[in-house]
Design a protein around this ligand. Sequence first.
Ligand code: PMP
Length: 355
Amino acid sequence: MQTRALTREDLAALPNYVPGRSVPGAIKLASNEVPFGPLPGVVEALAEAATGINRYPDMGVAVLRDKLADRLGVAPDRVVTGCGSVAMAEHLARTTCMPGDNILYSWRSFEAYPIIAATTAAESVKVPNTPEHGHDLAAMSKAITDRTRMILVCNPNNPTGTSVRRAELDEFLDRVPEDIIVVLDEAYREFVTDPEVTDGLQTYGDRPNVVVLRTLSKAWGLAGLRVGYLVAQPEVAAAVRKVVTPFSTNSAAQAAALAALDAETEMRRRCDIIISERERVQNVLAQWFPGIPPSQANFVWLPLHDRATEFAQACETHQIIVRPFAGDGVRVTIGTPDENDAFLAAAESYLGPEP
Ligand code: PMP
């Protein structure tokens, strides 16, 4: 008798999500986290939240949603929170795609995108990055088909750090048919300094088909608690709310996020440290290795191609963990000044001039 596999057979060919590695005693520059401890008030808020964890969290996430909406200057019914912005991207795929529809994005980009597409039974349409490692928006607009339901624009792009500027994004959005959702994934928005890389919500938030994704995992330092959110038009947000896993923004995450948002001045001060370190690290690396794309995020990309894995291994012998993408490049998260010095010393021994 013909038997069916217990699980979907197409999943066997799907790569697993590979997290940045943590090695005890080593400096981790592999997951685009910030190197600082919790923002002021966060630990106290967590302790307070812990006293009520026998109860389910507020499923509507009302207080946090209202606070985010107020900060962003949008109506609360436009905000949906969830278990990290990666979950929000997945929810959007489930909200927009039926089997056989497609999700279009630049590649290489955030490695969760192909997984999200495949697990929602959508096809991935991957448009190769430009030779400068950024989005090729002209090619992306040509790749749209009548099965395209969602387009992901990762800005700045993980892992290459590149960003799309306002003029090209304006033109692209004008070309996208209005019945396709365009997701502006702005996980690294707080690290952007180029004035031409505009805030997607402020600039495009009124467009009916634009959805902006943000996270508290990066600049706000809450990666371990998993809080992300999207801002969409109310009808889109209402549809997403139907697919969100119930209670997925847990009570500790809600409390910590509220406290973190109250510490915005300190968050900005910390981001400024990361930004100035990013510029320093890029400038030093550029002396030894040309072709590093200018980063607007809290990491830099070294397009080392077939030397990527070897470089990461060389860093590891110096107790520095970076993130290789075999055959393509290495992504290095910006850490504290001391951590960056340690990384640069390791990088110099591999990339620098012969002694
Ligand atoms: N988008 C991008 C571009 C990312 O790099 C990441 C994290 N690596 C995420 C979304 C997801 O972040 P989180 O789920 O922690 O909010």
